[in-house]
Design a protein around this ligand. Structure first.
Ligand SMILES: [Zn+2]
Length: 379
């Protein structure tokens, strides 16, 4: 990994580079900062820079034999510790049991978070932990001589997930480190790290990504309207992963909006052939998507009811985006006090049926036929 691939953090990047130039690399550093800002990638880039055989003024070369190994996370002097979980087969799991998955996960993005990692190893319902027996692994690795680089680097991701006896053993190693060993601890919550470790490491604080940096970073990756981009940047509060989540949610909402409009138009005009085609389309989607669509429709119907009660100039009281509002200005006249609870009940019951694995074609066909009738009830 290289510094240039991570959005923002110019001060931290040049701090890291300067520690190398001035030969002042502290042997135990605690890198602390909020979620979704690229801390782990910054630290890996730092380690890659330290080990690079042909470093330039502000980044590693990306091409030497060391960089090539770093870019696959297979350098023999690079070691990782991260939260793992117990499974049926693994009663005493250590990080290396998951190293293949770890490399895949870390290299899949420049931004990481614990819940995504646990999801990647298929255990999102479990709490990850760094168990006591991990410390023996750490000792074993650090007592090896360095293979190719000047330093052995031990990156510990989420030391706050370390069990107390593992923390104490790590502390011993930090206090009396084997020569030419670097400990880089990457944390989101330093309150949860034992005091003695905190006091024996150099603290490097990473801030959130600035709005301008985030905006420029997102511009390179996504084709977004200026307004939408500004809105996403505002809502994500310097967290790149949050921005990505909002973008994907917006995409889903756009899709839900399209099929919602289709259903309402066909139902209003009682176009039965189109409705059966619509039912085929939604039935080909997965159950989770079908449930999202029903929840979206519930929200739209409720907002339209509120809109129907408001005078024209009070649109700001409804939570609709511009496109939704444009459609709802006409559509809201069909949602009224005499049909709102019936429509809501039908949507909720469809959601329940889908959740219980009912035959989806029947559920959606039944729902649309009811909507045809309910939209004709006058207020
Ligand atoms: Zn290099």
């Amino acid at each position: 990994m290289q510094f240039k691939n991570i959005i923002g953090h110019d001060t931290i990047k040049s701090h890291f580079v300067n520690t190398v130039k001035n030969n002042r690399i502290s042997h135990a550093q605690l890198i602390l900062g909020p979620k979704g800002v690229g801390k782990l990638s910054l630290v890996i880039s730092y380690a890659q820079y330290i080990s690079c055989k042909n470093k330039n003024n502000n980044d590693s070369c990306g091409e030497c034999s060391s960089c090539k190994k770093y870019q696959k996370l297979i350098h023999p002097d690079l070691h990782f510790v991260y939260p793992v979980v117990k499974t049926k087969k693994l009663k005493k799991p250590v990080s290396d049991d998951f190293i293949k998955e770890w490399r895949e996960y870390v290299l899949s993005s420049n931004y990481h978070k614990l819940s995504n990692w646990l999801e990647h190893i298929g255990t999102e319902n479990l709490q990850g932990s760094i168990y006591a027996h991990e410390s023996q692994e750490i000792i074993k690795k650090l007592n090896l001589k360095t293979f190719e680089s000047e330093y052995k680097v031990m990156i510990i991701w989420m030391p706050e997930k370390m069990n107390i006896s593992a923390s104490n053993k790590l502390l011993k190693m930090i206090e009396e480190p084997p020569p030419k060993t670097l400990f880089l601890l990457v944390s989101e919550n330093h309150e949860l790290i034992i005091n003695t470790i905190r006091s024996r490491t150099q603290l490097i604080k990473i801030s959130k990504i600035s709005n301008t940096e985030l905006e420029n970073g997102l511009k390179k990756e996504f084709d977004l309207h200026e307004d939408e981009l500004k809105n996403i940047v505002r809502l994500s509060n310097g967290n790149y992963m949050k921005a990505i989540e909002i973008i994907s949610e917006n995409e889903n909402n756009k899709f839900n909006f399209e099929i919602f409009v289709e259903l309402m138009r066909y139902s209003f005009a009682a176009k039965v052939i189109e409705i059966t085609q619509w039912v085929d389309k939604i039935s080909s989607m997965g159950r989770e998507k079908q449930k999202f669509f029903l929840l979206y429709t519930l929200r739209m119907v409720r907002e339209n009811f509120v809109l129907s009660l408001l005078p024209d100039n009070q649109n700001q009281l409804v939570y609709l985006n511009n496109e939704e509002l444009a459609f709802s200005k006409k559509f809201s006249s069909f949602i009224n006090k005499n049909n709102i609870s019936h429509i809501t009940n039908e949507l909720e019951s469809a959601h329940r049926h889908i959740e219980r694995n009912a035959y989806d074609k029947l559920v959606f066909l039944d729902l649309s036929l009811k909507i045809i009738k309910l939209l004709r009830i006058k207020g």
